[in-house]
Design a protein around this ligand. Structure first.
Ligand code: MLT
Length: 266
């Protein structure tokens, strides 16, 4: 597994395949392994980079303070600099989407196209901010098991929860494997993230928005808002899936991704 030091943090990342670069940014509190099926799809046609964002997976965590979406976006920009990649297609799920908005605002010329899955442009309401801090404290005091217990029921479509223990187990393992300090920093970073809704009209990159029809964390109405505001964007709803649509229905997710990438001009 490649690792490099970026902005003072050791960053682990996947780098496979050759061709136009695609960068995949995972959700909270997951890691780059969530993209396994997408890396499998894309490495035949693209160079796929999937970093563990700061505080997640095998990437280090900064000493203290929140890990803001801008911090994570700058980590990605610096990693791409090191890898000699000037411009890339950015694909992201949930928190990865928040990071992607921060990246696009700072480096629009580096973005060839966007894939925004199960994410939203709105910032947290006051109550959600309070809950983030509660979860951050819990992660630090009690560990990630309790975070997994709270999150798992919300992450999947009911049928997935009931009938696909291997899918649920894979996600549980990612959550439980996350460094509590990294999770707390990301929770505090998400709590202070900017509302990006006003900025959506400025996005000029070709954009695919995807959402699970049963996503209750970032529901279809959030995806519809992205689709409405991002000019020329395409919206794909993946039926029968919750928040982690790329894992729950990887074949349908990959089909939409492949169709979108094929339609991009070289
Ligand atoms: C994620 O999947 O990244 C998180 O659920 C996003 C969030 O908590 O806002």
């Amino acid at each position: 597994m490649p690792k490099t030091t970026v902005r003072g943090i050791e960053v682990a990342y996947t780098d496979e395949g050759a061709g136009a670069p695609v960068v995949l940014l995972h959700g909270f509190p997951f890691n780059r392994s969530m993209w396994r099926e997408q890396v499998g799809l894309l490495r035949g046609t693209h160079r796929v980079i999937a970093p563990d964002l700061r505080g997640h997976g095998d990437t280090g965590v900064a000493a203290d303070g929140p890990a803001t979406m801008e911090d994570m976006a700058e980590d990605v920009a610096a990693l791409l600099d090191q890898l000699g990649i000037q411009r890339a297609i950015l694909g992201a799920l949930s928190m990865g989407g928040y990071v992607t908005f921060a990246f696009y605002r700072r480096h629009p010329h580096r973005v060839r196209a966007l894939v925004l899955a199960d994410t939203r442009s709105q910032s947290d309401a006051d109550e959600a901010r309070v809950n983030r801090e509660k979860s951050a404290r819990q992660a630090l005091d009690e560990g990630m098991g309790v975070i997994a217990e709270q999150m798992i029921p919300k992450l999947f479509a009911p049928a997935t929860l009931a009938e696909r223990p291997e899918v649920v187990g894979r996600v549980r393992e990612m959550i439980e494997g996350t460094n509590p300090a990294g999770a707390a920093a990301a929770l505090r970073g998400m709590a202070v993230r900017k509302d990006q809704t006003e900025f959506l009209a400025d996005i000029l990159a070709p954009t695919l928005v995807m959402v699970g029809s049963e996503d209750t964390v970032t529901p279809p109405k959030d995806a519809e808002l992205l689709h409405r505001e991002i000019r020329g964007s395409r919206l794909v709803t993946i039926e029968g899936t919750g928040h982690v649509s790329n894992i729950e229905r990887s074949a349908e997710f990959n089909q939409a991704l492949a169709d979108f990438l094929r339609a991009l001009e070289p």
